[in-house]
Design a binder for this molecule. Structure first.
Ligand code: CO
Length: 138
């Protein structure tokens, strides 16, 4: 794979929120956008909603239990940006490339995220304290 083709676009920005309904209502009031998708992703301990903004999405994440990663993030840092997600064409190839460059992977192999998409996270220590998610674009 050419490195030029590694990232297709910015798929979404994930934001951790305390109350998904309230946050969706506020987003609609301020920006006039309603969610196109809403789903509980038990494996990640969240209920999530996707808001379509041009070619990308805003993903709001509310924890559904007290010990998932988003719950811990909220306890430590409060509400705010949680991760950036890039669309990739081939998630395995992207992970192997990152591994070869010494990136610290949270997920060495892809797992299934919201909407059944294959995703993987790259540790914040590998880039500016920012958690990066890769999403395989169908
Ligand atoms: Co995400």
């Amino acid at each position: 794979m050419s490195i030029d083709l590694l990232l297709i676009n910015l798929d979404h920005v994930g934001i951790a929120v305390e109350n998904l309904n309230e946050s969706l209502a506020t987003f609609k009031e301020l920006y006039g956008v309603e969610p196109i998708h809403r789903e509980t992703v038990a494996s990640q301990g969240v209920e999530e909603a996707m808001l379509s903004v041009g070619g990308s999405y805003v993903q709001l994440l509310q924890p559904i239990d007290e010990d998932g990663p988003v719950a811990r993030f909220l306890q430590q840092r409060g509400q705010g940006m949680h991760h950036l997600a890039f669309a990739v064409a081939d998630i395995e190839a992207a992970l192997r490339h990152l591994e070869s460059q010494g990136a610290r992977l949270v997920d060495v192999e892809p797992r299934i995220g919201g909407q059944g998409k294959r995703i993987a996270f790259v540790h914040p220590r590998s880039f500016g304290g920012t958690l990066i998610e890769l999403v395989e674009s169908p």
